[in-house]
Design a protein around this ligand. Structure first.
Ligand code: GDP
Length: 436
């Protein structure tokens, strides 16, 4: 696995940066002869890439408290073990002689060195802060505040881009990316905050692929849910999402990254045109989806209210008749667990792959039950079908003439496949190929 080492003189903020990168995860402490305090390293993950981080500040030579030797040893460990070295300096103190000494040591390495200027408070004048460190000879410095997590995402983007090619096992699986979409005030922030409020939940902010998109990672029953671009929601950003253009672009972008889309509807307002548009986009993109009707606690209901509401949802969103609808309250937490189960389930279903043999048995039977359409005396013949893809489930039908397929008949086949295999919450893609 790739390793990133943090070096720098004492008090520049190495441990803070280390903790920032490794998060709440426990640092693994490994005993070594010659060192009293043990090497400190942790594992982290960024954009699906896993790597180790070493805090060389945790490495202290036995019975030798001379800073110079200490640092020399730390730098050597870094040069030996790391693929990438983060060389940290302090913007408050400016450059010091010790920084220059470390630079001298690091010149000898052929490893990637990224110069990091820490403790930056004011990012408005980056040139001014960074210029003196150029003389260290490691190119453009990265200005960050490890303490406040400012620009650490950009730094990690850079680290990732410089890591050697990943092995299979370094790419993490099992993380479910969820895009939460819905009009302002529908309760998106409340939902995220509710999830974060629970003790069962482990949280960290994960970077998105874009600078301003910061995700919220939540663990629930051994499943990691990554709520895309939601960190801002937790703290209700000052910039209200009242510019539709902007918020839509943003929503589309998070849909693109999602394994499943959670569409939230305000129970009292129902479905809007905007909801339809974004839902349509998610459908076209082949995303798994769950619809949550929020603020259900505010509704006056009887035993039929839910049923009627669901009918209305499917009436408004005809093309989404495969999407499960659930009724929640982000405020009281009602049915939030069910919602998470559903999200996990639809993602599971998006990976469903049916063997060709069984698929064709089901289709043969369906064709016997209902005759395919014909036009001008020519009837559609389905020779053979195969599921050729997942996410979304994609099928190829080999037929005598693709033009003979009728929308209603395709709908019928789709329903048959759903009855037989499920694919709950997922749009199905059909491709017709001519075979003579
Ligand atoms: P966002 O813009 O989608 O993030 O919406 P917010 O989470 O900020 O919610 C907008 C308002 O609706 C806030 O005043 C919330 O307290 C309220 N709210 C959110 N969810 C619920 C709910 O399930 N029930 C009730 N009664 N109020 C809710």
């Amino acid at each position: 696995k790739s390793t990133v080492a943090i070096v720098g003189r004492p008090n520049v903020g190495k441990s803070t940066l280390f903790n920032r990168l490794v998060g709440g995860r426990r640092a693994i402490v490994e005993g070594k002869p010659n060192v009293t305090r043990d090497r400190i390293y942790g594992e982290t993950e960024w954009l699906g890439r896993k790597f180790n981080v070493i805090d060389t500040g945790g490495i202290v030579l036995h019975d030798n408290d001379k800073i110079k030797n200490q640092i020399k040893y730390q730098a050597e460990v870094a040069m030996e073990e790391a693929d990438i070295i983060l060389f940290v300096v302090d913007s408050r103190t400016g450059m010091t002689g010790v920084d220059e000494d470390i630079a001298q040591l690091l010149y000898r390495t052929n490893k990637e060195v990224i110069l990091v200027v820490n403790k930056v408070e004011d990012f408005s004048n980056q040139e001014e802060i960074g210029w003196e460190f150029y003389s260290l000879g490691f190119g453009d410095p990265y200005l960050i505040s490890a303490e406040h997590g400012k620009n650490t995402g950009e730094l990690l983007d850079e680290v990732i881009s410089k890591l050697p090619e990943a092995d299979e096992d370094e790419v993490s699986e099992e993380k479910i990316n969820i895009a939460v979409i819905g009009k302002p005030n529908v309760g998106k922030s409340s939902l995220i905050n509710h999830l974060l409020g629970k003790e069962r939940v482990i949280v960290s902010d994960m970077p998105g692929t874009t600078r301003d998109a910061v995700d919220t990672l939540i663990e629930w029953k051994d499943v990691q849910f990554n709520f895309i671009d939601t960190a801002g929601l937790r703290r209700k950003s000052k910039v209200k999402e009242d510019v539709e253009y902007y918020s839509n672009l943003r929503a589309l972008r998070s849909v693109d990254r999602a394994d499943a889309v959670l569409m939230m509807i305000d129970a009292q307002h129902g479905i809007t045109d905007q909801d339809k548009k974004i839902a349509g986009y998610a459908h076209d993109e082949g995303k798994a989806m769950v619809i949550a009707i929020n603020k259900w606690d505010l509704m006056e209901k009887d035993s039929k209210t839910m049923e009627r509401y669901t009918d209305e949802v499917y009436y408004q969103l005809k093309f989404l008749n495969y999407v499960p609808v659930t009724y929640i309250s982000a405020l009281t937490g009602e049915r939030i667990d069910e919602l998470l189960s559903l999200l996990e389930f639809v993602v599971d279903q998006s990976n469903l792959r049916i063997k060709t043999g069984i698929l064709n048995e089901v289709i043969t039977e369906a064709v016997q039950l209902r005759e395919p359409p014909s036009r001008k005396g020519k009837r559609l013949k389905i020779y053979y079908a195969s599921q050729v893809g997942i996410k979304p489930p994609t099928f190829v039908f080999f037929v005598n003439d693709p033009n003979l397929m009728h929308f209603a008949y395709q709908r019928y086949l789709e329903n048959i496949l759903r009855e037989a295999f499920g694919y709950v919450g997922n749009p199905l893609k059909f491709k017709l190929k001519q075979r003579n």
